[in-house]
Every structure is written in C-alpha cells, then in structure tokens.
Design a protein around this ligand. Sequence first.
Ligand SMILES: Nc1ncnc2c1ncn2[C@@H]1O[C@H](COP(=O)(O)OP(=O)(O)O)[C@@H](O)[C@H]1O
Ligand SMILES: [Mg+2]
Length: 352
Amino acid sequence: MKQTVLVMFGGRSTEHEVSCVSASFVISNLNKNKYDVIPLGIDKSGRWHIYRGELENIKRDTWNDDKDNLIPVSGAAHGGVTAWDNEKKIWYLLPVDVVFPVLHGKNGEDGTMQGLFTLFDLPFVGCGMYSSAVCMDKVAAKTLCEAEGIKTAPFAAARNVPGFDMASFVEECERRFGYPMFIKPANAGSSVGITKARTREEFERGIVSAFENDRKLLVEQTITGKEIEAAVIGNDIPYSPCCGEIAPNADFYDYDTKYVTDTSRAYIPARIPREVAERVCRAAEKVYKALDCAGLARVDFFVDGESIVFNEINTMPGFTSISMYPKMMMYSGKTAGGLLDELIRLALEAKR
Ligand SMILES: Nc1ncnc2c1ncn2[C@@H]1O[C@H](COP(=O)(O)OP(=O)(O)O)[C@@H](O)[C@H]1O
Ligand SMILES: [Mg+2]
C-alpha cells in the first residue's frame, strides 16, 4: 500500500521562496513507488491550496499564478485535510498518512503548524510543537543548552516593553561583552534583523532593527572561529554522521551573503581535524536531546581550535539541492530518496 504524503511549502515567513525550492527538491526525490505525493502550497496571505500543476512552478514560486491547478483547502482535520470539490460544490476529507511541512521560519517551523497536526493526530516529519517553538527562540534554546552544560556565546536578552531602559541595557552589554557585538531578534531566521555593531551608534540602530522583527532580542558577544554545521537525524537516539563548514567570505553570514552575493563557500566535510569534527557531531546530538528534537535538525556551531560553541539550531533546515543538511547526509552515504524514507519512518514512529 502506498502512503499519502502531504508536502507543504511557501507560507507567510520571510523564507517563503526558499521553502518552495526546498519542497520541489523533496517532491522530486520522494519515491513514487512508495508514496502518493500531494503538494500543498501556502500563499503569502496564508491561504492553503493543493497544487496539481508543474513541479517547476513550485520551484520558481509561480504556482500561485497557475489558478487552474489550485484546489482550495480549508484546513487540517482528523485523517487529512479538507479540500474543495468544485464539481459537487462540497468540502471533502482528503486522506493523508503523513505530513512533510517543508516550511521555514514563522508559522511553519516555530511549533504553530506542529501544534495543529498534533491536535488532529496527523503524523508529521520533524520536531514536535514544544521543540520547534523552543528551537525557534534563540533565547530559550541557548538557556536550555546552557543548563545542560553546552557552551554558547555569552548573551543578554531584552523585551520591547514600556519600561525598557535602552541606555542601561547598552551599558551593561558594553561592560559584559565589548564591541563588536551581535544583536538578533529572538525569533527570526535568514539573518533578518541581525546586526554586527562596532560602535554605540550601530548598537542602538541594531536594537531598533531587531525590535522591528520581534518583541524580544538578544545581544551576543562575538565568537571567533569557523562556522560548522552538523546534520542530525533520529527520534529517541539521534545520530549525527557528519559536519560541514560555511565560509561566508564576508563580514558575517548576513542575508545578502546567504541569498544575494554568492560569496560564501561550503565544505563537506568541514576543514577541521577529524577528532574535533567527532566532538562537534556528539555536541550536536547533545543539543538535539536538550531541545527535545525529533526527526531532523541542523545544529550550528563556532569552532576555534579545540573550542566548540553552540550558535543556533534549525528544525526544518534548507532542503534544496545545494543545502547543507541533505548534502551532509548524502556525503555520509544516504541517497536523497533514502533520507526522505527515513524521515517519514521517523514521523510515523514518533510519539507526540
Ligand atoms: N556571537 C556571534 N559571533 C560571531 N558571529 C556571529 C555570532 N552570532 C551570529 N554570527 C554571525 O551571524 C550569522 C547569522 O546568525 P544566526 O544566529 O545564525 O542567525 P540566523 O538564524 O538568521 O541564521 C551567523 O551565521 C554568523 O556569521
Ligand atoms: Mg544561522
């Protein structure tokens, strides 16, 4: 019996376009002898549609213009999603065995979608509601990791509330960390709203820009070292087979370096000694357990000589043909189809 896999893409986050490219990779690599694939796009206003057109339109994010191939979906339900039958003019239940939410960022990777599927007992690929929410929030993730003895960059958090005293917060950070410092929205991604501040003026502008993206921010001491990312897979017994390296070839790995200028280079495996790479993989598994992950995650570190510092975690990492997560998994011997089989098996096995 084939299983029906609902592959979700798009969404309302800043990572809508990346999600479409990721989903086209997932759809084209799912084994069609094992699965019936239903692509479900979320447009930028948040509406759900099953898309029956060409895969290329998903990849290029033009699927939403192809109106003849869009079927309205009103939401999730027990056993599947409710779709519109235009001939009979009725809503009907379209059965789904497992959901693959290839959604990055807000409203997709942050626990909201995961909570919805949990309510309806629909198995889904990736971390559960709590884990997704905690991993999305950099303050929460770092706090939990520190409690488990995992090293992270020293940081201070602030909330955009009426009593917030910017002047004393700036002074505290200057005293504790010194310039340059990183200012980040607690919940964001793709480096949106992140500033590297070298002066008090840049710092104050950085706070404004972080608060434009979230009501909570964190300021971090600058950590030197290589940017090393580890791929992790599994439920109760996670395993990281490999880590890779991103060389931004820029001041830092900001939005433009990620998506515009193309100066960054990826190295798989990472250009670090074998025993350090082993320790990074074990640290990634420790982070994964500390944050209650399931299915998959990419865990990012700064590595300087022997020092390994946790930076952040992505519970639905980029899944394009050039993305680190699938490339690291393939380097360690899996095929793209085999990786997806395993993620679906883990989704069906997970106890939510
Ligand atoms: N504490 C830090 N020290 C040095 N560089 C940092 C620090 N925090 C972030 N960066 C740089 O900023 C980039 C984006 O920060 P990150 O926390 O990974 O945010 P995002 O979730 O948007 O990817 C990192 O890849 C790195 O280049
Ligand atoms: Mg990052």
